[in-house]
Design a binder for this molecule. Structure first.
Ligand code: DC
Length: 229
């Protein structure tokens, strides 16, 4: 029986270029790209805007019942995420959301709801999904698992440039602190912490250009998945 669909899982710390490579790879392979972090960010935005008390399990559960997350077909390289029908692609990248997303994504009910949705998204199509627990929890049987790393200084520089380009006022120090806090919370939480899957291939991109990195990943795909590329 021929295989129905392929899943490529890309995990790693914040701002180490997972989405950039995942997006480019999906485009090259004609797979669907899914940014699982954007889903946690959208839930965080909803909680902030609706003053949901994250220490109140009932309030969290009720809020989750009112949240619908969709990805609209991308226009060009622009990936659009809709929160209850509204385009929140830009808002979810703000510092305000970044400062709260690790707490929200540590909540068991939130993870249960989003993991289920992520698994559904990967059921019948070829996907590249990036996140923290894709190779360990969401798709433990993924066809290829990559674990990306980059030095903290490189990651902070990239994130700062991204925020500055969007006109958000922040300092390098603030960005560094936020990244360090998120690394800590993401890898020490009880619910599916960020962890390298035993069978993941590690890719340190501190000194790679985006083009070199993509070629390297394509090479890994060719060697590990029987695709006609
Ligand atoms: O990839 P990102 O920085 O946009 O993700 C935002 C936050 O969401 C990150 O700090 C941890 C959380 N996250 C998670 O817990 N599990 C995932 N699969 C993806 C993201």
């Amino acid at each position: 029986m021929s295989k129905q669909n392929y899943v490529i899982a890309i995990d790693g710390f914040s701002s180490c270029g997972k989405s950039t490579v995942a997006k480019a790879l999906a485009k090259r392979l004609n797979f669907v790209f899914i940014d699982s972090g954007a889903m946690y960010r959208a839930v965080t935005l909803y909680f902030l805007e609706n003053n949901v008390d994250i220490n109140e399990p009932l309030a969290v559960k009720e809020a989750l019942d009112h949240i619908q997350i969709d990805f609209s077909p991308s226009s060009g390289d622009q990936h659009v995420i809709l929160l209850n029908g509204q385009d929140v692609s830009s808002e979810i990248r703000s510092m305000r959301v970044s400062e709260h997303v690790s707490q929200v994504s540590a909540i068991r009910e939130v993870r249960k709801a989003l993991v289920r949705q992520q698994q559904d998204l990967g059921k019948k199509r070829n996907i590249v999904m990036d996140g923290r627990d894709i190779g360990t929890t969401v798709f433990p049987d993924a066809d290829l698992k990559l674990f990306m790393t980059a030095s903290p200084a490189v990651r902070a520089k990239r994130r700062f440039a991204e925020l500055s380009a969007k006109g958000e006022e922040t300092s390098m120090e603030e960005v560094q602190t936020n990244l360090a806090q998120r690394d800590h919370l993401d890898s020490t939480r009880e619910e599916s912490p960020l962890r390298q899957a035993d069978d993941a291939l590690v890719l340190d991109n501190s000194n790679l250009t985006q083009e070199d990195q993509l070629e390297l990943v394509i090479d890994l795909v060719k060697r590990n998945i029987n695709l006609d590329i």
